[in-house]
Design a protein around this ligand. Structure first.
Ligand code: ZN
Length: 314
């Protein structure tokens, strides 16, 4: 076991330390920092990244990390290292917005550039300072724009390591997800560092089921690597290879008839679209057997809007 370096700080084996990714300047000359909590055992083991707040309005993951870093067994790891970044996107968190002040989505700025925009710089620093140190990462997100995601891990099923990690984490749903350009997940995968994306709940809302599933998954992963004693029994998870959004055929008021996470059969009625004047105009039915993995919580919908996200096993 040797010391690790993050920006200007050195963290020795057996040491717990809060360090800073870098310092960034706002137009008011205000300096902002991205605090990183590092927990190191004296004994050799893997390095696990837990990150949240990539999108500043996605609070459930921030709460998962808040709970994780206050736990005694994390502060006294049996082996290895945990690098926890509770709020990756400090400025967006302050504004309670998804995007950065210049409108950029931090999770489309990877791999970033040294002298780029704020998003580009944060992405560059994460790729330079953090990704080389880690063996595996979990990045916490929630649904955006009134979408509520049932607790799920997203990973590429073609990558056997990612799938193995997902099974250890054992969230209720494991969903196949291809890499998207500009994301931390894709750029880390190029460096052979698997990062899995946890999705749970919706933006600007606490969802305690998602928070608990997120925390328990992290504890399972740490226990699997013998980093903590606590053992959490695994969930009976399902693996979903394909997912499709059921969209609104008509505009109106959308009522959902099934709970998020429910198993559904082809042609089951999932909900209805009514107009404000008393008529039920369309019933929404399921195109196939599967699970509801996310729902739109917005009551007023327009033609073509995403209503219900369904995942299937084949
Ligand atoms: Zn997100």
């Amino acid at each position: 076991m040797s010391s690790i370096k993050i920006h200007q700080d050195t963290i020795k084996p057996g040491e717990n330390k809060v360090v800073s990714l870098n310092t960034y300047e706002l137009p008011t000359k205000t300096k902002i920092e991205i605090p990183i909590h590092v927990f190191r055992s004296k004994h050799a083991g893997p390095t696990i990244l837990l990150s949240a707040g990539m999108h500043g309005d996605e609070i459930n993951g921030i709460e998962v990390l808040r709970k994780i870093i206050t736990r005694k067994e994390i502060q006294n790891l049996l082996c290895g290292t945990v690098i926890a970044i509770p709020v990756m996107n400090t400025v967006s968190f302050l504004y309670q917005s998804r995007d950065l002040p210049d409108g950029r989505d931090l999770n489309r700025c990877f791999p970033g550039t040294k002298n780029g925009s704020l998003g580009g710089r944060i992405a560059y620093d994460l790729m330079k300072e953090i990704i080389p140190l880690i063996d595996v990462g979990i990045d916490f997100h929630t649904g955006g724009a009134k979408i509520n995601n049932y607790p799920q891990l997203r990973c590429n099923f073609d990558d056997a390591t990612s799938l193995k990690i997902a099974k250890v984490f054992s969230p209720p749903l494991i969903i196949n997800s291809v890499y998207r350009d500009g994301t931390l997940r894709k750029e880390a995968a190029k460096k052979e560092k698997p990062i899995l994306v946890f999705e749970g709940g919706e933006s600007l809302r606490f969802d305690y089921q998602s928070i608990n599933e997120g925390m328990n998954g992290c504890l399972r992963l740490l226990h699997h690597h013998k980093m903590i004693h606590d053992e959490i029994p695994p969930n009976p998870f399902v693996k979903l290879t394909k997912n499709v959004w059921v969209r609104a055929k008509l505009s109106g008021l959308f009522h959902i008839a099934k709970p998020n996470g429910a198993y559904i059969n082809k042609d089951d009625v999932l909900g209805a679209i009514c107009n404000p004047f008393g008529q039920v105009e369309a019933r929404i039915t399921s195109p196939f057997d599967g699970y509801i993995v996310g729902v739109n919580n917005q009551p007023v919908v327009n033609q073509g809007d995403a209503l219900i996200h369904i995942g299937t096993e084949d």
